[in-house]
Ligand binder design. Structure first.
Ligand SMILES: Nc1ncnc2c1ncn2[C@@H]1O[C@H](COP(=O)(O)OP(=O)(O)OP(=O)(O)O)[C@@H](O)[C@H]1O
Ligand SMILES: [Mg+2]
Length: 288
């Protein structure tokens, strides 16, 4: 067969067939059958593959998302917890709201070229949804092609290693204590631009670790390595960690849980952050 001379496809034009084969969703020999049917009947590759029952709708959606450089992962085929909806359902309502928040943040950051794109997700009380929001926000930033790092700075009740199915033998705590290095930062399979720094084993002295000089120095280094750094924090009611982390990050997104968060602690938290020169760049009402 004469192969036509063609320029290599641009990243956004990677053929659906190649994506399906490379991701292990379609065998190379089956791809040939699809190509034949595609030619005979003038179908699109995805439709031909579906007609031959070699792939399902989900496979095609996966390939399309990848074709447009919009990575997401498939249900049941990833270690990522299903609470990280942005990794699974790039077009759902909840994810739409997260993308709205992403836009809000981007506009503020874009308006200020000196802005360090480090954001602590804070809230007054436990269970407000900080970890959920931080995880999903990090995913939607990464899907935009931003090199994104999610840091679990809740050294008291860490969540991100569970949400992303990652080991937690080392992490922020051990890094700050000088007991681990860059290997504690882990890539997330299937989400090419996302890395996670889990919290690591619970240290006896979280606040002290976060108060010391290595923490801001680490954030500065990470700010060079990554375009966006999203930081999960403990509830403000649990101690001074959250405010300290937000002050080190320089910017915070304040979260409240609809019909559950009392107004007073929320206003007080926002006031304390501003007094500590934290740029409160976003506020979210978690309607969950
Ligand atoms: N917007 C949302 N949509 C769906 N589920 C949500 C949402 N926000 C939070 N949740 C769920 O609510 C629960 C509590 O959320 P999460 O763990 O993020 O809260 P938190 O503020 O980090 O709590 P903690 O104080 O324990 O750290 C989790 O099961 C989470 O998956
Ligand atoms: Mg949490």
């Amino acid at each position: 067969m004469n192969a036509p001379h063609k320029l290599p496809p641009q990243p956004q034009e990677r053929p659906i067939g190649a994506i399906l084969v490379e991701s292990g969703r379609l065998r190379a020999e089956d791809a040939e059958r699809v190509l034949r049917l595609q030619r005979e009947r003038g179908l699109r590759f995805g439709d031909a593959a579906r007609e031959l029952r070699l792939v399902d709708d989900e496979d095609v959606a996966f390939a399309l998302a990848h074709q447009f450089d919009y990575p997401y992962v498939a249900w049941g085929k990833s270690a990522i917890h299903d609470a990280v909806v942005a990794a699974y359902q790039p077009f759902g309502d909840a994810v739409e709201a997260l993308r709205g928040l992403r836009t809000q943040l981007m506009l503020r950051w874009l308006g200020d070229p000196a802005a360090r794109r480090r954001l602590a997700v804070v809230s007054p009380t436990r269970g407000d949804g900080r970890s959920w929001t931080a995880a999903n926000l990090a995913v939607v930033f990464s899907q935009l092609g931003e090199r994104t790092l999610l840091v679990d700075a809740d050294l008291r009740r860490p969540a991100q290693h569970r949400l992303f199915g990652l080991p937690n033998g080392s992490g922020l705590g051990t890094l700050l204590a000088g007991r681990s290095g860059g290997e504690s930062i882990r890539r997330v399979d299937g989400l090419v631009n996302l890395s996670v720094l889990p919290a690591g084993p619970q240290p006896p002295n979280p606040l002290e670790l976060l108060s010391r000089l290595p923490f801001p120095a680490l954030l500065d280094r990470l700010g060079v390595q990554f375009d966006v750094v999203i930081i999960d924090t403990p509830a403000a009611e649990q101690g001074a960690d959250a405010e300290l982390i937000a002050a080190r990050a320089g910017a915070a997104c304040v979260l409240a849980r609809q019909n559950a968060s009392a107004t007073r602690p929320l206003v007080q938290l926002a006031e304390r952050l501003r007094a500590a020169s934290v740029n409160v760049v976003g506020s979210v009402l978690n309607a969950y």
